[in-house]
Ligand binder design. Structure first.
Ligand SMILES: Cc1cc2nc3c(=O)[nH]c(=O)nc-3n(C[C@H](O)[C@H](O)[C@H](O)COP(=O)(O)O)c2cc1C
Length: 200
């Protein structure tokens, strides 16, 4: 699919979309373990990445990169993570959560490559977060469910290294994508009024 617009050409302005609004109004993550086949194919993944990368990025630093992971590489790394968890004496939960890593047909690892530069590192990391969220929306546009997971290995230097995350980089999240085995249940949502101050 191509939506190519020449550089500098005007883009369409937003128009009201009841469909988009309705989709956002019921957005929910799927439990990672409930994500099953089918998942997006190569072309859909490429487009999901393209759409996800269309995220705010102060200073055009592109402070993130992607690793598209199929089930095989994740299963292999999960075995290594299990051994690492045992070696480190981590509680049993550290092993149990590995099921979230291996379940989905496709996972996109978003690595934050934020570094000191013309724009604050914080803003670069926020950009990586925006990419994660847009990947989820893009997956939804293809009719897939998704889930944003980090878990302990994202914050463990040896764990992250198994995904070839380099020193100085950070894992923004694993966006697991597939077909939800069952419908998610509505959960409590924050009281927007209590979180919001309006000003004239
Ligand atoms: C940065 C980030 C990391 C997350 N990591 C995990 C995780 O490691 N394990 C988990 O169960 N949920 C994790 N979540 C939460 C889920 O992605 C999901 O947002 C949550 O279950 C709430 O569901 P909802 O997205 O439908 O509101 C994370 C969310 C964010 C934003």
């Amino acid at each position: 699919m191509t939506d190519a617009v020449p550089l500098g050409a005007p883009l369409p302005l937003p128009t009201p979309s009841a469909e988009l609004r309705a989709r956002l109004a019921v957005r929910r993550s799927a439990p990672a373990q409930a994500l099953t086949v089918p998942g997006p194919d190569r072309d859909a993944i490429k487009d999901i990445l393209t759409l996800g990368a269309r995220s705010p990025d102060h200073g055009k630093m592109t402070p993130w990169r992607f690793v598209v992971m199929g089930p095989e590489s994740r299963a292999e790394i999960a075995e290594q993570l299990a051994a690492l968890a045992v070696a480190k004496g981590l509680p049993g939960k550290a092993l149990a959560v590995l099921a979230k890593l291996t379940a989905a047909p496709v996972s996109i690892l978003v690595v934050s490559t934020a570094r000191p530069g013309p724009k604050p590192v914080w803003e670069q990391e926020l950009s990586a977060g925006a990419v994660c969220m847009n990947l989820e929306h893009a997956a939804s546009a293809y009719g897939f469910s998704s889930c944003w997971i980090t878990d302990w290995y994202s914050y463990d230097a040896e764990g992250a290294a198994l995904f070839r995350v380099a020193e100085g980089e950070r894992i923004a999240g694993f966006i697991h994508i597939g077909t939800a085995a069952e419908a998610p249940l509505e959960r409590e949502r924050p009281d927007i009024a209590a979180l919001t101050r309006y000003q004239p």
